[in-house]
Design a protein around this ligand. Structure first.
Ligand SMILES: Nc1ncnc2c1ncn2[C@@H]1O[C@H](COP(=O)(O)OP(=O)(O)O)[C@@H](O)[C@H]1O
Ligand SMILES: [Mg+2]
Length: 474
């Protein structure tokens, strides 16, 4: 390992930066791409300007696999493959076409390039080791020497930009600052460039989000407490004076590092599955999500209960960001049988609590029984019945989830992992989440341990030196 990996450009070949070809006579350049999944060519498409055109599947067996655009059979996840991160703007890859052309590796072992499958990433993405072995007290205890623990905000952006210029760096979208990483055998964690992308590092940002890494970690713990399958996670220390990041294990890649005999995973979120564009991520209702879930799931009863748990969790911790791209289904394909053997609600990921909001401001993104705020016990019960649960079962789940979440939240707040206890931002986050969860248990018929509420302080965003800054009023 390099001794000081925090300066990426010193030891990684940046690879060719992507340059957009000149446009001939005003007509946008036509690009041709192959789409490969686990090394098999699925089909090809052309891209011109902001139009994508499907050119056909390589074999009829692949035609049934994806939610497809009706006009031309284009897999919808491709239509929806957009950068939605400031970083890609900085890289001048903020248009869909430059984003696709600038990359190579995408989630789920998908490869897109002109020469694929010959133009392959160096290695297939698959887990390399047992994450649990390198977690103690909720915190990653393997070796992580960067990049970035010593960089300040500006350097972080600059370094990430440099890193992402490399075409081999896996592309995946989302709003927060993230780094694809490899957890190697013996617990060595490094950025993924030529190595398998197994984990995601999500960095906390400032302006009121210093505790965001811890926030997501705690909410993932609460998802687990709610009885949901949840992405494996750990706090990641970023060195002194910096609240931790959250390290999340991918659930869309093979788990066995060696066996070639494995199923292939495909994530399709509820934008893709509902044939909506990413801009419409906040549109619609949980009832619509449930309907789509029922159409695809190989175990609809269990999945509808899980979707119900996920909804109760979101209300109970004030997760204001449960939009259609933050909930998804995981499709598990068996290449020998040439069919999906399991299609289920995916493990929970990207769940956070809006700790700065007052109770009166709590709001869901997708509606529940027509409501995004003022959701009451009877709203949740009515929702449960609409999606096919019995009234008794809806009650039972609501009470169970809110009780377990409150109990676990208080337990975490009272026994913070050492890595979090050091930081005021984390202590405050834990106290706020526990307060929200305990109140929710009260509203939704659950039970909660004794707890002294910590309320959101009066705080606002102000412009300081031309920067939007979070300021707590005394
Ligand atoms: N643990 C995971 N395994 C596989 N894919 C994931 C996992 N977590 C997130 N993703 C995928 O990556 C995308 C971005 O991650 P997310 O955690 O939602 O980041 P952001 O906070 O930036 O929105 C998600 O929409 C999802 O498709
Ligand atoms: Mg997200």
């Amino acid at each position: 390992m390099p001794r000081n990996p925090s300066k990426l450009r010193d030891h990684f070949e940046a690879g060719p930066a992507y340059n957009k070809p000149a446009e001939a006579e005003g007509a946008p350049h036509v690009y041709h791409f192959n789409l490969c999944w686990h090394g098999d060519r699925i089909g090809s498409f052309a891209a011109q300007g902001d139009e994508l055109r499907w050119e056909g599947y390589s074999s009829p067996k692949y035609e049934k696999l994806f939610t497809q655009r009706p006009e031309d059979g284009m897999p919808y996840f491709l239509v929806n493959m957009h950068p939605d991160n400031k970083l890609f703007e900085l890289l001048e890859q903020d248009e869909q076409i430059t984003y696709i052309a600038g990359g190579l590796r995408y989630l789920c072992n998908l490869v897109i390039s002109r020469n694929a499958p010959f133009d392959l990433p160096v290695m297939k993405d698959r887990l390399q080791t047992d994450f649990d072995r390198y977690i103690a007290d909720g915190t990653f205890i393997g070796a992580y020497t960067g990049p970035f623990p010593n960089d300040n905000g500006e350097d972080l952006q600059e370094n990430l930009k440099e890193y992402w210029r490399n075409r081999y760096v896996p592309r995946f979208s989302g709003a927060e600052v993230k780094l694809p990483a490899t957890l190697h055998e013996f617990g060595v964690l490094q950025p993924a460039i030529t190595t398998p992308f197994t984990h995601i590092i999500k960095f906390p940002t400032d302006s009121g989000k210093e505790g965001w890494g811890f926030n997501e970690w705690m909410c993932l713990e609460l998802s687990q407490a709610a009885g949901l399958r949840t992405a494996k996670h750990a706090l990641l220390s970023l060195g002194k004076d910096k609240p931790p990041a959250v390290l999340v294990e991918r659930f869309d890649i093979p788990h066995n590092a060696r066996s070639e005999d494995h199923n292939w995973f495909l994530i399709q979120d509820f934008c893709t599955l509902a044939e909506l564009s990413p801009d419409e991520r906040g549109r619609g209702s949980m009832e619509q999500v449930a309907k789509v879930l029922r159409q695809h799931s190989t175990n609809p009863q269990a999945d509808l209960e899980d979707l119900y748990r996920r909804t109760v969790l979101s209300v109970a911790i004030n997760d204001g960001d449960m939009h259609r791209k933050n909930i998804a289904m995981l499709f598990e394909y068996n290449p020998q049988k040439e069919q999906y053997v399991n299609v289920r609600l995916s493990p929970t990921y990207d769940v956070t609590s809006e700790i700065w909001q007052y109770d009166s401001e709590q709001k869901q993104t997708l509606s529940v029984q027509g409501k995004t705020s003022g959701i009451k016990a009877k709203t949740l019960i009515a929702f449960g019945k609409t999606i096919g649960l019995s009234e008794d079962r809806a009650h039972e789940l609501m009470e169970d989830v809110t009780s377990r979440v409150a109990a676990r939240a208080v337990e975490i707040a009272r026994n913070l992992p050492q890595e979090a206890a050091k930081y005021e931002a984390c202590r405050f986050t834990a106290n706020r989440i526990a307060t929200i969860a305990v109140k929710a248990a009260g509203h939704f018929g659950g039970s909660a341990p004794a707890w002294e509420n910590v309320e959101a302080p009066k705080a606002t965003f102000k412009m300081v030196n031309g920067q939007k800054t979070f300021v707590i009023q005394p």
